[in-house]
Design a protein around this ligand. Structure first.
Ligand SMILES: *[C@@H]1O[C@H](CO)[C@@H](O)[C@H](O)[C@H]1NC(C)=O
Ligand SMILES: *[C@@H]1O[C@H](CO)[C@@H](O)[C@H](O)[C@H]1NC(C)=O
Ligand SMILES: *[C@@H]1O[C@H](CO)[C@@H](O)[C@H](O)[C@H]1NC(C)=O
Ligand SMILES: *[C@@H]1O[C@H](CO)[C@@H](O)[C@H](O)[C@H]1NC(C)=O
Ligand SMILES: *[C@@H]1O[C@H](CO)[C@@H](O)[C@H](O)[C@H]1NC(C)=O
Ligand SMILES: *[C@@H]1O[C@H](CO)[C@@H](O)[C@H](O)[C@H]1NC(C)=O
Ligand SMILES: *[C@@H]1O[C@H](CO)[C@@H](O)[C@H](O)[C@H]1NC(C)=O
Ligand SMILES: *[C@@H]1O[C@H](CO)[C@@H](O)[C@H](O)[C@H]1NC(C)=O
Length: 475
């Protein structure tokens, strides 16, 4: 009642007068009344908040002044005010209740007041309609856990470029929050409960922090999340269930970390993911089937890693991928990469796959590598071709060379990373009587001349190679 009465008194002169906005403009400011009353006081050298504003003001811009302090009810009573901007001032203290009298404020910007450092729990009391709050660049080390309890409508919170060491506890349970910007802080971990109750969150920016740890289930409450930025942190690994349940995620950025292996479990639930960034890591190995369920993927960024081979199997089952970025990796352009060359030629969606090895093709691009074929139709590596040609007659090859070929075969078999296909081909080059016969009859009947099909029968190849090992032992 009292508030209503007060409003009526204060606003009486302008309530019905269209041009009151301009007439009651604070000295030095510009006021316009095109649609609603905008008060433009930015860059006017103000050192404090003007004592009066037109009462029907709906937007006040006080950016880039030298305001140092906000007193209680700093703006009086402005029932029409929806946007207030105080960015780039020198505010060092905000009195609790400073924004009382602004019951319809929707957007409040206080970014880049570099001396704030501390905010009282009741700073934003009474802003029950506030939807957007910008506190970026304020050198805040933390904020009180209950500072947002009176902001039920808050949807967008910008707190980037502060000094938070953890995700502020204040955001827990804010079910109406849809966008949270926490990039460029000093956050070290995302705990299992850091994002508790954020059931409406759609976009979360955590890039450029110091995150080394993400707990299992850290994002489990964020079931409608669409954009997740975790790039440029210090992640060496992630729990298998990190992104569990994020069935609506469209973009995941894990670039610029120190990941060395891409786990098969990470992307299991990300069926709507369209863009995945894994660039600028130290990835050497991608587990088979890692991208298996990414059936909506349009772009995959794997550039600037330590990848030597990209087995076709990581992409199974095959789906359309718009763009695959592979540059800045030490690619080993042997027959295992032949599928990729064909893919590049067929779809033109991949470019820049520089070969670091084998030596005969190093410094060239995969697109220029010629894969030759043996008369069985098997792909011959650039190196292998050299070997085969120089020992054209099977029995003429020196036994020591054959033996070392076998031991490299076996070590490849035992190495978890060497895909079985490689061995099949290797053996193709060995050209020794029964071994070759048993191998090619075992493999060829089912697969024709497509090296790719080897992936389909790994168990078969294992059997074949196992029999080779057995024979070796016997001799
Ligand atoms: C803000 O305060 C600093 C000193 O604290 C001063 O050097 C600077 O000029 C002030 N900025 C403005 C816009 O008044
Ligand atoms: C979210 O918004 C609804 C409707 O505006 C409101 O009833 C609810 O209290 C809000 N939730 C929180 C946690 O503030
Ligand atoms: C792909 O999704 C199916 C069904 O949800 C699941 O059984 C399978 O394990 C997933 N694949 C991977 C690699 O996680
Ligand atoms: C890439 O891998 C090789 C050996 O596999 C290693 O020597 C090198 O340091 C790695 N590079 C990076 C950037 O991790
Ligand atoms: C390989 O397959 C192609 C068609 O895909 C066929 O024309 C060619 O004859 C095959 N080569 C061998 C050696 O089987
Ligand atoms: C095979 O490679 C060796 C070095 O690995 C090279 O000296 C030789 O000239 C090559 N032979 C052919 C036929 O290219
Ligand atoms: C080829 O296999 C036969 C036995 O099948 C063996 O006696 C011979 O030494 C092998 N040759 C080479 C080069 O390994
Ligand atoms: C052919 O043999 C070479 C020998 O090192 C191997 O690296 C390559 O993967 C093999 N190619 C196929 C298609 O098996």
């Amino acid at each position: 009642m009292f508030v209503l009465f007060l409003n009526a008194i204060l606003c009486f002169p302008c309530a019905h007068a269209l041009w009151a906005c301009v007439r009651t403009c604070p000295t030095g400011c510009t006021c316009t009344h095109e649609r609603s009353c905008s008060v433009l006081c930015d860059r006017t050298g103000l050192l404090q908040v003007p004592s009066e504003f037109p009462c029907e003001a709906s937007f006040i811009n006080l950016d880039k002044n030298g305001i140092k302090f906000l007193a209680e009810r700093a703006f009086g009573t402005l029932p029409s005010l929806r946007q207030l901007s105080l960015s780039h001032n020198n505010i060092s203290f905000i009195t609790p209740g400073a924004f009382k009298g602004l019951p319809n404020l929707v957007e409040l910007r206080i970014a880049y007041n570099e001396d704030i450092r501390y905010l009282h729990t009741r700073t934003f009391a009474a802003l029950r309609r506030l939807v957007r709050l910008d506190l970026a660049g304020c050198n805040l080390f933390s904020i009180p856990d209950r500072i947002f309890v009176d902001l039920p409508a808050l949807q967008e919170l910008s707190c980037f470029q502060n000094h938070f060491r953890r995700v502020p506890g204040a955001i827990r349970g804010m079910e109406n929050l849809t966008r949270l910007y926490l990039e460029r802080n000093w956050i070290e971990a995302i705990a299992y409960n850091s994002l508790q109750g954020l059931g409406g969150l759609r976009s979360l920016s955590l890039q450029d922090n110091r995150i080394t740890v993400v707990h299992a289930g850290a994002f489990q409450d964020c079931q409608v999340m669409e954009y997740l930025y975790l790039n440029d942190n210090l992640l060496h690994s992630l729990p298998g269930s990190s992104f569990e349940g994020l069935g609506h995620l469209k973009m995941l950025n894990l670039g610029g970390n120190s990941l060395s292996t891409v786990s098969r479990a990470w992307f299991r639930d990300l069926v709507e993911l369209e863009v995945l960034y894994l660039d600028r890591n130290r990835i050497r190995y991608i587990e088979e089937g890692a991208f298996e369920n990414l059936t909506s993927l349009v772009a995959l960024h794997l550039n600037s890693n330590n990848l030597t081979l990209l087995p076709f199997s990581v992409f199974q089952p095959v789906y359309f991928l718009g763009h695959l970025y592979l540059f800045r990796n030490p690619w080993h352009c042997d027959c295992q990469m032949e599928w990729l060359k064909e893919w590049m030629e067929s779809y033109g969606l991949v470019r820049d796959v520089p070969c670091a090895s084998p030596s005969s093709v190093a410094s060239g691009d995969l697109s220029t590598v010629d894969f030759h074929r043996s008369h069985e139709g098997l792909c011959l590596d650039p190196e292998e071709l050299n070997f085969t040609m120089s020992s054209e007659a099977p029995s003429e090859g020196p036994p020591s060379a054959t033996e070392s070929k076998f031991s490299s075969l076996i070590s490849k078999l035992l190495s978890p990373r060497a895909p079985p296909e490689e061995m099949a081909n290797d053996t193709g080059g060995l050209v020794n009587g029964s071994l070759l016969d048993s191998l090619s009859s075992g493999v060829e009947g089912r697969q024709g001349n497509k090296t790719l099909s080897f992936w389909v029968f790994p168990h078969l190849l294992l059997c074949v190679v196992f029999s080779i090992v057995t024979r070796l032992n016997m001799t």
